[in-house]
Design a protein around this ligand. Structure first.
Ligand SMILES: [Zn+2]
Length: 174
């Protein structure tokens, strides 16, 4: 996962560190695993699954809004593997705000959500299908269900003919 939360607001990582000291162990783990950046475990699970099923993809494509974690160009699909806390997964227990510095976190997460929405609007305006997989959907109890429905969804997107594929230059795909 990219450091989307920190980059856009010029967040000082030390400040985040101080804040996360006040979190529960689980919340802290979630935060820090996000801050560490790319190739977080949930993302790796999805990548390995897709690869094993014959899908080929690009990672963290900078030329696209939101720098999607996984881009399946043949399916005109971008995939985000979202941490529940940072992306404010509605109704999810992982997304529960800590009691300490609650206002700080509420506004932080709300900004993240607004940005996610803006990026999705841009992507879908350019004709991309968007799939979001939440970290909590990869828990052992439901991971098979999640990955199988990902497969179904991807198969449902008609594989584009080569000549209909988005030209690399058109979208700064790199
Ligand atoms: Zn969740």
């Amino acid at each position: 996962m990219e450091q989307r939360c920190c980059e856009s607001t010029n967040f000082d990582l030390k400040q985040i560190d101080n804040m996360t000291d006040k979190l529960t162990k689980e919340q802290r783990h979630l935060c820090m695993s996000h801050i560490r950046g790319k190739d977080t475990k949930p993302e790796m699970i999805v990548r390995k699954f897709l690869f094993a099923n014959g899908f080929r993809y690009r990672l963290h494509v900078k030329g696209l809004p939101g720098k999607p974690d996984i881009v399946l160009r043949k399916y005109r699909t971008v995939l985000f593997v979202n941490g529940c806390f940072w992306h404010g997964h509605e109704g999810c227990s992982y997304a529960k705000l800590p009691d300490q510095n609650r206002e700080f976190w509420a506004s932080k997460i709300s900004l993240n959500k607004e940005r996610d929405m803006r990026e999705c609007t841009l992507l879908s305006a350019s004709g991309w299908n968007i799939i979001v997989i939440w970290q909590c959907q990869l828990k052992s109890k439901i991971i098979n269900e999640t990955l199988n429905s990902l497969l179904d969804e991807l198969k449902g997107y008609k594989q584009l003919e080569k000549n209909n594929m988005i030209a690399e230059n058109d979208i700064n795909y790199k």
